[in-house]
Ligand binder design. Structure first.
Ligand code: GTP
Ligand code: MG
Length: 187
């Protein structure tokens, strides 16, 4: 490095994005990385990768390697019973169903257990997990309060949770609440 130039520290993080078929994993990544949204659903096959580069501060560069994992393939790989397409749609993609129905939480716990059984940190502890409640632009009844969500995360080993939408522009960056929460989580 040139004399006097500040040294840049680079960090690479791998982020696994997992969840039921069609919940919006690919869409959230596309929104986050490319600021784009499409109504069109094309199921991910296998795994796709995306890279998000963050200029964290003047001396720190963070690269997020986002692993966009197919809901369908992971379910197959884990040997879960395959349901019919109607049944699968019912869990996450029926607009009348809320994000907060118990089937949604059961699915979340299934994914969390699968994650914890397959990967862990070098010291053996579970990898940090954040819960995203996506499609928050859709109608739903808010039967779970924020404090119930906090409690769910605490009980089941999630660092925190966020309501997200891939459809709404600037939701991730514009929300003061999200900013505050992610700041609190970093601390
Ligand atoms: P798999 O790859 O099959 O596991 O699905 P996925 O989780 O990657 O879902 P994907 O991102 O492909 O989104 C599925 C459908 O939901 C698409 O039609 C998206 O347009 C729609 N969708 C995703 N996120 C949102 C959201 O925040 N709001 C609304 N309204 N629709 C969304
Ligand atoms: Mg996908």
């Amino acid at each position: 490095a040139a004399a006097g130039a500040p040294e840049i520290h680079e960090h690479l993080f791998k982020v696994l994005v997992i969840g039921e078929l069609g919940v919006g994993k690919t869409s959230i990544i596309k929104r986050y990385v490319h600021q784009l949204f499409s109504q069109h659903y094309r199921a991910t096959i296998g795994v796709d990768f995306a890279l998000k580069v963050l200029n964290w501060d003047s001396r720190t560069l963070v690269r997020l390697q986002l692993w966009d994992i197919a809901g369908r393939d992971a379910v197959d790989a884990a040997g879960w019973t395959r349901r019919g397409p109607e049944d699968r749609m019912g869990i996450f993609d029926d607009e009348k169903k809320s994000l907060y129905e118990s089937s949604t939480f059961e699915a979340v716990l299934k994914w969390k257990r699968d994650l914890d059984s397959k990967v862990h940190l070098p010291n053996g502890s579970p990898i940090p997990a954040v819960l995203l409640a996506n499609k928050c632009d859709q109608n739903r009844d808010t039967s779970q309060s924020p404090s119930q969500m906090d409690q769910f995360c605490k009980e089941h080993g999630f660092t925190g949770w966020f309501e997200t939408s891939a459809k709404i522009e600037n939701l991730i960056d514009a929300s003061d609440d999200l900013q505050d929460k992610s700041k609190a989580m970093r601390e």
